[in-house]
Design a binder for this molecule. Structure first.
Ligand SMILES: *Cc1c(COP(=O)(O)O)cnc(C)c1O
Length: 430
């Protein structure tokens, strides 16, 4: 890919799309399920995966492919697979290498939806997940390993606890176990953090969040670092013939792309959670300003965090870039350009006040979403995390008084004034 030589800002804008003379300058939406061929041999070649091209949009589509190319470029991976949601990306990232009887180690400070997927739905399929405290030592984490452990999973910036993943430690454990290190890089985005440079082997994103950036579309992506040797006796499905695909051997035929090719031609074929071309168009459009947005989200979040820290109605503030944060050192190390737009704070008056706050905010709206250009708030204990037990809530970093803010890219003074007046109004009611 020639565009590798450009800096990330240029890659965000230009991606891999290179129109020929007279072709649309803007990435076109190819809203077609199907592709016409003159010759059956070409279709046979497409089926055999010996010819590049599109056959049916559940498996691949030209608009979606350009998005995949851009995200792979941004993350520094060798290939990507776009899917219908972030949940689908995390599910397929595991199912691609685990079957009934296998085991995964996961950090406990992960997104609530991923926690449920691992804790409930994967278990129903016979895949066992052990959650570890990510602050435990590498020896401690290694104790969770079993002979059938097939992956270790973590989030760059844990949502909503805002713990920063200790990449060095997790990569070391993964190396020791000879299993892939899978990282959810949704909150950081490749503009702020490049997990492949820190030992990750597979990256996933909910593109619904900062990739989109405007809260228009649900989507996800899996990116392959091409830096894991699957031929180590732990992953026979990548090495031995796939009988569901007339005996194809992924590692032999696709070398370092084995994982991402298998995810597409086997799992996307069978489970069908494909991304629509129109959504891919919107995600690509979002990525064109990712670098500008992430810079401003990070700057605004730090300014709001500093303001809230000195507010009379606030018990505590958690933002990794605050110099008194326990994550500050790690944030400096892994997120030198900024810590993204999510911050949390404890509101005086606890859960009751947390629930009330949204009513008094004017500019800021209550949504369960994050990563939007517009500032939003959420009280997780009474909303997104209500399906978890209190112990599970606390294990995933949710206290009863915790308010999560997804700081947008509006004028920071306007954002600060909105929180100031709302916090004062809530204080009068308690
Ligand atoms: C939202 C989110 C997901 C799930 O993504 P969907 O697109 O909502 O399915 C996964 N991981 C993180 C960190 C998220 O914020």
């Amino acid at each position: 890919m020639e565009k590798k030589k450009y800096q990330i800002e240029t890659q965000c804008v230009q991606g891999t799309y290179q129109p020929g003379s007279g072709e649309p300058r803007v990435l076109p939406i190819v809203q077609s399920t199907t592709y016409k061929y003159e010759d059956s041999d070409v279709v046979a070649g497409l089926f055999d995966l010996t010819v590049d091209g599109h056959m049916y949009s559940r498996i691949s589509n030209p608009t979606v492919s350009e998005l995949e190319g851009k995200i792979a470029l941004l993350e520094g991976g060798i290939g990507a697979l776009a899917v219908s949601s972030g949940q689908s990306a995390s599910m397929l990232s595991i199912l691609n290498i685990c079957r009934e009887g296998d085991h995964v180690i996961s950090s406990s400070t992960i997104y609530g939806g991923t926690f449920n997927l691992f804790n409930v739905s994967l278990r129903k399929l016979g895949i066992d997940v052990t959650f570890v405290n990510p602050e435990d030592s590498d020896e401690e984490i290694l104790k969770a390993a079993k002979p059938n452990t097939k992956a270790i999973f973590g989030e760059t910036i844990g949502n909503p606890g805002l713990s920063i993943l200790d990449f060095e430690k997790f990569a070391k454990v993964a190396k020791k176990l000879d299993v892939p290190f899978i990282v959810d890089n949704t909150i950081a985005t490749p503009y702020l953090c490049k997990p492949f440079e820190l030992g990750a082997n597979i990256i996933i994103h909910s593109t619904t969040k900062y990739t989109d950036g405007h809260a228009t579309s649900v989507g996800g992506v899996i990116i392959d670092g091409g830096n894991f040797d699957w031929d180590n006796d732990k992953f026979p499905e990548l090495v031995e013939p796939d009988e569901s695909y007339h005996g194809i051997r992924y590692v032999e035929q696709f070398k370092e792309s084995a994982y991402i090719v298998k995810a597409r031609v086997q799992l996307l074929r069978d489970f069908g959670s494909a991304m629509s071309p129109f959504n891919a168009f919107l995600f690509n459009l979002g990525l064109e300003t990712l670098h500008l947005r992430m810079e401003r989200h990070s700057e605004n979040a730090l300014r709001l965090a500093e303001f809230l820290q000195n507010h009379g109605s606030v018990n505590w503030v958690n933002y990794p870039m605050l110099s008194n944060s326990k994550e500050y050192k790690r944030a400096q190390k892994y997120l030198p350009k900024g810590a993204s737009g999510i911050l949390t704070f404890g509101i005086k008056g606890g859960a009751e006040s947390g629930k009330k706050l949204a009513k008094y905010l004017k500019l800021t709206s209550l949504v369960v979403h994050l990563g939007d250009a517009r500032t939003s708030v959420l009280h997780p204990a009474s909303t997104t995390h209500r399906q978890l037990s209190e112990a599970e809530q606390i294990a995933s970093g949710v206290a009863p008084d915790l308010v999560r803010v997804s700081v947008g890219i509006e004028n920071i003074q306007d954002i600060i004034e909105d929180f100031d007046q709302a916090l004062k109004a809530v204080a009068k009611t308690i």
